[in-house]
Design a protein around this ligand. Structure first.
Ligand SMILES: N[C@@H](CCC(=O)N[C@@H](CS)C(=O)NCC(=O)O)C(=O)O
Length: 197
């Protein structure tokens, strides 16, 4: 997002999901994203965002809203329970080998339980997510920036809505729909609507 928002060119390298050795060699743990710059490696997405945004004139200078951070915390559980089983079926490049996809299923099912059980719960399982989207709508002050001026809240919120977009059958309140479409264009990251299950 920050590279797109700031129009800074970058190379995106996608590791297979079962590649433990490469990230451990770079940052000492099996985690992405990792920024590689001049032979140095930086983990932690928000450290990377701050580092890139500090080059030239920063963009994420707007206020943050504690109520939005609370909404994100509240949505994590219900969202990722539905997102992870759907991600496991999606044509993502980190799963282009069978071993990459199988690693994801094996490691994530340890915390969620069987993906097939979650996917067979039916439409009622999506009700908490629909309610969360309704709660979010009044917090969206502008389609260009959730709090009116771009801030780190936009990084967290668009990431969350990007994950929501893999879940089929959700209706977005108008303010949330305008926000996720506008932000997708601003940062150059496609939503996953066309892959939604
Ligand atoms: N606090 C970290 C969290 C990053 C994170 O959770 N990365 C996930 C993918 S989104 C990961 O690499 N998990 C290890 C795995 O799935 O094996 C950050 O924001 O960079």
């Amino acid at each position: 997002m920050i590279f797109g928002l700031r129009h800074i060119p970058f190379d995106l390298i996608i590791l297979q999901n079962n590649d433990e050795a490469t990230p451990k060699q770079m940052i000492g743990q099996k985690m992405v994203p990792i920024l590689e710059e001049n032979g140095h490696f930086m983990g932690e997405s928000m450290d990377i965002v701050a580092h890139i945004d500090a080059q030239g004139t920063p963009l994420l200078t707007g206020p943050t809203n504690p109520a939005l951070a609370e909404w994100i915390r509240r949505s994590n559980g219900p969202l990722y329970k539905q997102f992870l089983p759907r991600a496991a079926c999606a044509p993502f490049p980190e799963f282009s080998t069978t071993a990459g996809r199988a690693y994801f299923v094996r490691t994530k099912e340890r915390s969620t339980g069987a993906f097939t059980d979650i996917l067979s719960e039916g439409a009622a399982a999506l009700e908490p997510l629909a309610a969360l989207l309704e709660d979010l709508a009044p917090m969206v002050q502008s389609p260009e920036a959730v709090n009116g001026a771009l801030s780190t809240d936009d990084i967290h919120l668009f990431a969350q809505l990007h994950s929501f977009s893999l879940i089929g059958g959700l209706t977005y309140p108008a303010a949330v729909e305008a926000y996720r479409q506008t932000m997708s264009k601003q940062c150059g990251i496609r939503l996953l609507d066309d892959l939604a299950i």
